[in-house]
Design a protein around this ligand. Structure first.
Ligand code: SF4
Length: 225
């Protein structure tokens, strides 16, 4: 079997940048929605054209390689088509399940609120907050930096996951049943601890494992009681 027989990946990001200047954009239909429309795919095909490349990724998005000089115009076109283009850099990034294609939307309003309140906050290293809408957690919230699993007007909060690599590990339960009305402030305090006490460029899981016996984590739990 030759996995690459019918579509040879000669336009890898590295190859494209040997003779050009390309930027990668991570594109999806939204934080919650996972369904693309044919028109959105047509827009993607148009903006990539013959020069760029399209790659499926492991993080709920499609990666587009675009000539750097065209990035601004391309983002505009993608957003006009209703697509979401993830911001790059050491910031808070929100992820979510699709709430069973919209059938289990109980946690969707608070997820959108969290998205608007947390997106783009600067942190030492990119920090992924993943909201799953029920205990099935089928979008692997517990394998992201901060995993939120919704159950009856509250969230179980998981911290410390090693998201990838041979030592990948689920996070551990940090706080149980944090009320919907408290979750935004609670997450902001976790993020503040990370901003304040992490070493430069320290990934969140390393920071949490290094500091999880510090008093400030206990104080945070006490605030909930
Ligand atoms: S985590 Fe729960 S609500 Fe979300 S898609 Fe999976 S089963 Fe549906």
């Amino acid at each position: 079997m030759n996995a690459f027989r019918s579509n040879i990946p000669d336009k890898t990001f590295e190859n494209l940048n040997i003779n050009g200047d390309f930027t990668r954009l991570a594109v999806s239909p939204g934080i919650i929605n996972k369904h693309y429309t044919p028109a959105q795919f047509q827009t993607i095909a148009k903006v990539v054209g013959e020069k760029g490349a399209i790659k499926y990724s492991a993080s709920y998005s499609i990666l587009l390689s675009i000539p750097t000089v065209e990035v601004e115009k391309t983002i505009e076109e993608l957003e006009d088509a209703g697509l979401y283009v993830a911001k790059q850099g050491p910031i808070v990034e929100m992820k979510a399940c699709d709430f069973c294609d919209g059938d289990k939307m109980e946690a969707a309003p608070i997820t959108e609120k969290l998205y608007h309140s947390l997106k783009g906050i600067t942190v030492p290293t990119r920090l992924r907050v993943n909201v799953n809408g029920c205990a099935s957690a089928c979008y692997n919230a517990v394998y992201d930096d901060i995993g939120l699993v919704y159950q009856k007007d509250s969230f179980d909060v998981y911290l410390g996951a090693v998201p990838m690599g041979a030592n990948a590990k689920a996070g551990t339960l940090f706080a149980k049943k944090v009320g919907v009305e408290l979750i935004e402030g609670f997450l902001k305090q976790i993020i503040e601890l990370y901003q304040k006490h992490a070493r430069p460029n320290e990934p969140f899981y390393k920071f949490y494992r290094r500091t999880n016996s510090a008093d400030y984590w206990k104080d945070l739990i006490l605030l909930l009681s």
